[in-house]
Ligand binder design. Structure first.
Ligand code: ADP
Length: 498
């Protein structure tokens, strides 16, 4: 196949597409707005070809810190040196038809219209500016749903959760409504200031946390005990003066501070959980096994509520702590965390705690299911932030639509590389799967219009002797993804042949 060769059906009207929108016998063309691990993954994927064009260095890069060189030549862009190119595992490589493998050396096509890409890892700003006027061909996949902010802006997330909680209580009773008690009491300011003041007076002495609704990385956050501590905010002092598009006054949420976080080594942490939504209607959700816990650098204490190094676990905050050690970092893998908690509290207690995370994921997604503009071309990879309290109860802190993909070290790079590679394996633009898989690499299918139960062969992390069906949820369990992919592709090939 020569440069720019089309296969039959490519770039034609909707009617000529096959039912799954599969690309067929040619290279897969991608665009990518970011210059971090995702670009490494895309460049290292056999049979995938970069579409040249403007590389956005939009807000996500600013959010995620480091960026690459800006070059479009092959190489590691994550900023992490010493990484292994294309470590997606032999199963992934060998399953790619040989005819596609030579495409790496073909010069990229020069056209750059919307129909010229199959896959676009775009930033949120690009989507917001272009989605409404864009025609998407059957075969195209793009990151983000149009109104993802319904879940990822702190105020809207809580508004949607409160609404579904109320509706559940009305229709199914108060007891059912209790399954929503995973987000701390929250009000939007300034609109709910008066309701907040009433609540504040009912609970004297407790600590509240103020967070700008639309900012990230711990920016603009502060804790307070006295109403007069938010006087400055009321005067508008906390508005970002450099931002010409700022809301006036900037919307904040005020939230009950979790005063009894679970501590390890005297330090607070939260857990980053990766969730992939490939459809909102029906709701289809995948949960990634690996993730990490982010620890604060300084021992927890309620005496110094103004000390962000104690109370905020964001890496962006912690890396500026005076005694921060970049080699040690402040991270544990979720596997390490699960092991530690299981040794301390037993497998059952940890299973219950992690089941609480599944509940958080599903309820939060259901709370926006009818609001999100569902589009079969769109997918979203969310980064959930969850905090355990001292009773091992998980609390939802926030949901990110652009979780950082910049690696902070080799382990972090490997985690993110595997995560993103497996995301592409789930999306399966290469059409190697049967579509019935419950596990693809490190992703487990958690929900498809209802809960998914695990197969017999997929019972890791289950207590010994369990025979009953368990949910297909394995956060913090073994993630031998390469072996799984090898087996999966071999099995899928033989099913497809027969
Ligand atoms: P951002 O989007 O700026 O990261 P978050 O809502 O994630 O804002 O809060 C930043 C950090 O502050 C969290 O990672 C967590 O450590 C801490 N935090 C936020 N809300 C609470 C809360 N209600 N109780 C305890 N800690 C919290």
């Amino acid at each position: 196949m020569s440069k720019g060769t089309k296969v039959p059906g490519y770039m034609q009207g909707k009617g000529s597409r096959n039912p799954r929108g599969i690309i067929g016998d040619r290279e897969i063309r991608y665009k990518c707005s970011l210059q971090n691990t995702i670009l490494d993954v895309l460049r290292g994927r056999p049979g995938w070809q970069e579409v040249p064009g403007q590389q956005s260095t939009g807000q996500q890069q600013a959010n995620t810190g480091k960026s690459g060189s800006g070059s479009t030549t092959q190489g590691t862009t994550s900023g992490y040196k010493g990484s292994v190119r294309n470590p997606q595992g032999p199963g992934t490589q060998s399953a790619v038809p040989t005819r596609l493998q030579g495409f790496q050396s073909i010069p990229p096509i020069t056209r750059n219209s919307d129909g010229d890409w199959d896959f676009y890892w775009c930033d949120r700003e690009w989507l917001a500016q272009n989605y409404d006027t864009m025609f998407l061909y059957e075969h195209q996949k793009i990151l983000h749903f149009r109104n993802h902010y319904e879940l990822t802006r702190k105020n809207l997330m809580v508004k949607n959760l409160k609404r579904l909680k109320k509706q559940t209580e009305r229709e199914l009773g108060k007891a059912e409504g209790q399954s929503f008690e995973f987000f701390p009491t929250t009000y939007e300011l300034p609109s709910e200031y008066h309701i907040f003041v009433e609540e504040f007076k009912k609970n004297p002495g407790i600590i509240w946390i103020m967070k700008p609704a639309a900012r990230a990385q711990g920016r603009g956050i502060f804790l307070f005990r006295r109403l007069k501590d938010i006087t400055d905010w009321k005067k508008g002092e906390y508005q970002p003066l450099s931002d010409p598009n700022r809301e006036v006054p900037e919307t904040y949420v005020v939230q009950r501070y979790i005063e009894n976080p679970y501590l390890i080594g005297g330090r607070k942490f939260d857990v980053r959980v990766y969730v992939l939504v490939v459809s909102y209607n029906p709701l289809k959700v995948w949960l990634y096994r690996s993730g990490f816990a982010r620890f604060s650098n300084t021992r927890f204490s309620l005496d110094s509520i103004e000390d962000t190094y104690v109370h905020l676990t964001n890496v962006a905050i912690q890396k500026n702590a005076p005694d921060y050690d970049p080699d040690k970092g402040c991270k544990w893998s979720t596997q390490q965390l699960r092991k530690y908690l299981s040794a301390k509290h037993g497998v059952e207690a940890v299973k219950k705690a992690f089941k609480g995370i599944d509940n958080i994921i599903i309820k939060s997604l259901q709370s926006v299911q009818k609001i999100i503009i569902n589009d079969k071309h769109c997918f979203e990879m969310y980064g959930y932030d969850v905090l355990f309290d001292s009773d091992l109860k998980p609390w939802l802190i926030e949901i990110n639509a652009s979780p950082s993909l910049t690696a902070s070290g080799k382990e972090d790079y490997d985690l993110k590389f595997g995560l993103l590679n497996d995301l592409l394996n789930v999306l399966d633009l290469e059409n190697r799967l049967t579509g019935k898989e419950k596990r693809v690499g490190g992703w487990d299918l958690l929900w498809e219009d209802g809960p998914i139960l695990a197969d017999d062969g997929n019972m890791e992390c289950a207590p010994n002797g369990t025979t009953a069906s368990i949910p297909n949820s394995f956060l913090g369990c073994h993630n031998e993804r390469k072996r799984q992919l090898r087996e999966l592709y071999t099995a899928a090939q033989s099913i497809k042949k027969s």
